[in-house]
Design a protein around this ligand. Structure first.
Ligand code: BG6
Length: 471
């Protein structure tokens, strides 16, 4: 017998995107360049001096001009929440100006109003892999302490502007990904192979202080808002029961838990102090930093796509293909076309791990399957995609969310990634699609930008309407 799951009445069902992967209009409305505008091959590729025509994000899916049509489709699915980011360089084009760009502010007023018109709550990420390029080039991004003040000015500006419209905020997207992608995640212009651990962890300190400061500002400016951190979660299993593998996993998990621990507990954990000691790292703390860090988050949000394994055996250390944060493949799991290993139970596991550790409400703000879709004509004569594989993936994961709810985990909501097809972050392709809505645009730049409902569109609508009972 199929189990029926009890999702809370106020469960926030919806979808997620990021400004840089969807909006396009990279040089319109007074926007300055961001790190994404010079990264035509995605987070792992080389960067260019200037924006180049092969960069799919410059046009994205043109959400900047089509947001009304898109939000209407989200409303048709019954979204309660829509996660997007504000492109920092639309508000402060260079990042270090004193006054914001009114046209950029107005765009987000329009976007949030459009959501609220349908009763959709905006969930807004302040910084999603789109640091103003000037801050990267001129200051080396978060390595420089001045970034804290720039970020505070930006956060204060948008909190004040949208205080009556936005009640859910996230400070930094996948903040722990700076360990792998210092440029995209931390705006650090120094190439990764030249970046010292000292500078990397000092940059992280600056980001953590800025994040805690944003929490404080948000609570002061919008007392009825909730603000969370956002972690790239990747539950990690030992490849074998060898205790060496288990300890390796513990240490690897610490490197990521560090970010959640700081946001929830506000103090450097003992295991990090040991890591700093053993690696000759000395974090420069200014007066007041510790006090600021104690402004802890209201909830913990995270992305979940895959799990991974770790082994202490050097002979088995083959990086899993396409596996963003390292690790070795799990022999029990199949993988997506991009090599991301599919593990629905890992979502239940990570929900339990986070909840046991933090006892804070959790929000799954990214989850989904990147796949190649084929546009066909349905029985009703409408163009569609028969994406049963996506329905299967999402259904399997949501069942595990249901299981975690049964376990007693407090979960605020679920926003599937790329609810409308967007440009991929890792590979900068549009071919890697996640959406319930197909966008007719292709990696060679062709396409009409028309939107079409996939089969999963109707499936998700039903899931939301039944509050998860139809899983
Ligand atoms: C997360 C990012 O890492 O994964 C998103 O927050 C990204 O920006 C998503 O798009 C999926 O990754 P990709 O590389 O398939 O787009």
């Amino acid at each position: 017998m199929n189990q029926t799951y009890s999702f809370p009445e106020n469960f926030l069902w919806g979808g997620a995107i990021a400004a840089n992967q969807a909006e396009g209009a990279y040089n319109q409305g007074g926007k300055g360049l961001s790190t994404q505008d010079v990264a035509p091959k995605g987070v792992m590729g080389p960067i260019t001096d200037e924006p180049t025509a092969d960069n799919m994000k410059l046009i994205g899916i043109d959400l900047y001009h089509r947001y009304q049509e898109d939000v209407k489709l989200f409303a048709e699915m019954g979204f309660k929440v829509f996660r997007t980011s504000i492109a920092w360089s639309r508000i402060f084009p260079k990042g270090d100006e004193l006054e914001p760009n009114e046209e950029g502010l107005q765009f987000y007023d329009n976007l949030f109003d459009e959501c609220l018109k349908y009763g959709i709550e905006p969930l807004v990420t302040l910084s999603h892999y789109e640091t103003p390029l000037h801050l990267a080039k001129e200051y080396d991004g978060w390595v420089n302490r001045k970034m804290i003040a720039f970020y505070e000015r930006y956060a204060t500006t948008v909190f004040n502007r949208y205080k009556n419209k936005v009640k859910y905020w996230l400070t930094f997207n996948e903040i722990n990904s700076i360990l792998e992608f210092p440029f995209m995640s931390g705006g650090i212009y120094t190439p990764k192979d030249k970046l010292s651990k000292q500078d990397l962890y000092q940059a992280i300190h600056h980001e953590l202080v800025a994040s805690a400061s944003a929490v404080k500002l948000c609570h002061e400016i919008i007392p009825d808002a909730q603000i969370g951190c956002m972690i790239l979660s990747m539950p990690t299993y030992p490849l074998t029961p060898n205790p060496d593998d288990v300890i390796k996993v513990m240490e690897y998990e610490h490197s990521n838990y560090f970010f959640g621990d700081m946001h929830v507990r506000g103090r450097y954990p003992g295991y990090m102090k040991r890591y700093f000691r053993e690696n000759g790292i000395e974090i420069h703390m200014e007066e007041g930093d510790q006090e600021t860090l104690l402004n802890t988050v209201d909830f913990v949000s995270f992305s979940y796509y895959m799990s991974t394994c770790q082994t202490a055996d050097p002979a088995k250390q083959i990086a899993g293909e396409g596996n963003l944060m390292g690790g070795v493949p799990n022999p029990y799991l199949a993988a997506s076309e991009w090599g991301w290993q599919i593990d629905p139970q890992g979502l239940r596991y990570v929900l339990n791990m986070f909840y046991d550790r933090y006892q804070k409400p959790l929000f799954i703000v990214e989850n989904g399957l990147g796949a190649v879709d084929e546009l066909t004509t349905g029985a009703d004569g409408e163009k569609t995609v028969e994406d049963d594989y996506r329905i299967q993936y999402l259904n399997d994961h949501l069942v595990q969310v249901g299981e975690a709810l049964e376990d007693g985990v407090d979960i605020m909501g679920y926003t599937s990634w790329g609810c409308i097809d967007v440009v991929s972050a890792s590979s900068a392709q549009l071919k890697k699609r996640y959406g319930f809505i197909y966008v007719d645009r292709h990696d060679d730049g062709s396409g009409t930008l028309e939107r079409y409902r996939k089969k999963s569109f109707h499936w998700y609508k039903e899931i939301i309407a039944s509050n998860g009972k139809s899983l």
